[in-house]
Design a binder for this molecule. Structure first.
Ligand code: SAH
Ligand code: SF4
Ligand code: F3S
Length: 478
């Protein structure tokens, strides 16, 4: 892309290195915004909304960081000068939600002609989605994908100085850009990317197509970011990747995930470390032992099952059998006796029979998950499963979902109740003024509500778990 189209600046002044180039555009935009603020005697606002997973949320923090650096004030609603939707496309309903909301933005923009509407994230990596937006939602100002979120300021600058919609969606990431600003949702906990992309190609999943190939971040950069977060008051970090067990394989020298998490946990002042998501096919004993002995690493493992049927697991390209999964959960409990195991389950995958479904229920009972995210299979065009025969009818999936939720409810309820009467450390995350209640998170990811004060937010305190009401506790601080 030639940079000389960015009138009114002379191309030779635009840095070619990153992140210097982005800071150059951020500073230009900041100067322009400062002038507009003085002219119009008002604040300029922005609203960033996340539609997807933790990685999507982490990207949103970077995008919001760029906008706050420029001088926009974050607000809760879409009645703002800049609205940015960071989209997800993992299931069809994620896309439907986005389209509905863009329509609403169009009506808002009629009342606020200067408003900028920006769409980015996973859904924008799909050509059909971008085409549809170009045709039906022409009021959108900027579209970019997952591989160049660091370029937001440059694209925004172009949008202010060029006519028409600015689009820049890339097939692959050309680099990992470090050291851009970030605006975090919570003061006391944060996600840290350790890798990007996915190479697993589970046959139902769109993520490898919209996030590209697996790339690990340098351990030095991960530790540096963690130290920076801790210096800003963060107590808990979650290490993020689609398959954290393959961390480091592309690095030279190779670093294992267990080695990385051990080093992250050494950061002074950091109190808790979590991670998401390990793939059952290559979780290592080295990692499990590290979780067991390291007091800072939370005894919680999110281990997506997807299906309990060996036949379907094979069609899903998951590389484990029902028996191997159950042997793994047994082994995890042997090494980490007080662990909580949670999962993701898909029902209605093409060809799923009643017998396959019974296998899934069987694994839920035997693996004793503490909670499960449950999804009805959603056909994603371009993935191998979309062309598989015997797509399961909606009524059948709906009925299985009902039965799945009953079984998950029974198992998870019993697992959660096991902690009644214990006194445990919790991280205080939310304070509700109306009820005078604080919500804290246990190491195993369960929540407890207890009477407390706002000043507890971000602190780790000890709470007695008095009563379990379904999936959370009521307690008292001791
Ligand atoms: N990398 C993670 C999960 C990422 S997507 C892992 O491998 O576990 C989060 C969850 O969405 C998946 O675990 C899966 O349960 C669900 N999911 C992915 N594609 C789906 C689809 N096409 N239909 C329904 N659920 C899906
Ligand atoms: Fe999707 Fe499988 Fe990769 Fe997870 S591991 S993101 S489910 S392809
Ligand atoms: Fe996450 Fe959705 Fe993308 S689950 S990786 S935001 S498709």
């Amino acid at each position: 892309m030639s940079s000389d189209k960015y009138l009114p600046i002379d191309a030779k002044h635009i840095p070619t290195e990153e992140p210097e180039r982005q800071y150059f555009f951020m500073d230009l935009l900041r100067d322009e915004l400062t002038a507009r603020k003085e002219e119009e005697h008002r604040e300029f606002t922005m609203h960033v909304e996340t539609f997807g997973c933790q990685m999507n949320a982490k990207d949103s923090e970077k995008l919001a960081g760029i906008l706050t650096y420029i001088g926009y004030t974050p607000v809760e609603t879409e009645d703002a000068d800049i609205v940015l939707y960071n989209t997800c496309t993992v299931r069809e309903n994620a896309n439907t939600r986005v389209y509905g909301r863009i329509g609403y933005l169009g009506r808002l923009k009629k009342r606020r002609p200067g408003m900028k509407i920006i769409l980015c994230g996973c859904m924008m990596q799909e050509k059909e989605a971008v085409e549809k937006i170009k045709q039906s939602y022409r009021f959108v100002d900027i579209i970019f994908g997952t591989h160049n979120i660091y370029m937001l300021s440059e694209l925004l600058y172009r949008s202010f100085h060029e006519k028409g919609m600015v689009t820049d969606v890339r097939e692959e990431a050309d680099r990992i850009v470090e050291d851009l600003p970030s605006y975090r949702k919570y003061d006391f906990k944060a996600g840290v990317n350790i890798m990007y992309g996915c190479n697993n190609f589970c046959t139902y999943c769109i993520v490898p197509y919209v996030r590209g190939r697996e790339r690990s971040r340098n351990p030095v950069d991960i530790i540096k970011e963690t130290e920076q977060l801790v210096s800003e008051g963060v107590k808990e970090v979650m290490l993020l990747g689609q398959n954290v067990n393959s961390y480091g394989k592309t690095l030279d020298p190779q670093v294992s995930f267990a080695e990385l998490i051990r080093d992250v946990a050494k950061v002074e002042g950091l109190e808790r470390v979590r991670f998401m998501t390990p793939h059952p096919k290559d979780i290592s004993e080295e990692l499990l032992r590290e979780v067991a002995v390291n007091p800072k690493i939370c005894n919680h493992i999110h281990l997506p099952l997807q299906s309990g049927s060996t036949r379907l697991l094979q069609k899903m390209n998951r590389h484990y059998t029902k028996e191997q999964f159950l042997a793994l959960t047994d082994r995890i409990r042997e090494i980490i006796p007080d662990v909580a195991i949670t999962t993701d389950i898909i029902i209605g995958f093409p060809g799923e029979t009643e017998e396959d479904f019974e296998d899934t229920l069987d694994v839920i009972r035997k693996a004793r998950f503490m909670s499960a995210f449950t999804f009805i299979y959603s056909k994603r065009s371009g993935t191998p499963a979309a062309d598989m025969p015997d797509q399961v009818p909606e009524e059948v999936s709906a009925d299985r979902m009902k039965r799945l939720l009953e079984t998950v409810g029974e198992v998870a309820g019993a697992e959660a109740r096991k902690y009644t009467g214990q006194t445990v450390p919790v991280l205080c995350e939310v304070y509700k003024k109306e009820t005078g209640c604080v919500t804290g998170r246990l190491e195993n990811n369960l929540l407890v509500h207890f009477p407390g004060e706002e000043s507890l937010l971000g602190k780790i305190v000890r709470v007695k778990l008095d009563e379990c009401t379904g999936f959370y506790y009521l307690g008292t601080m001791v």
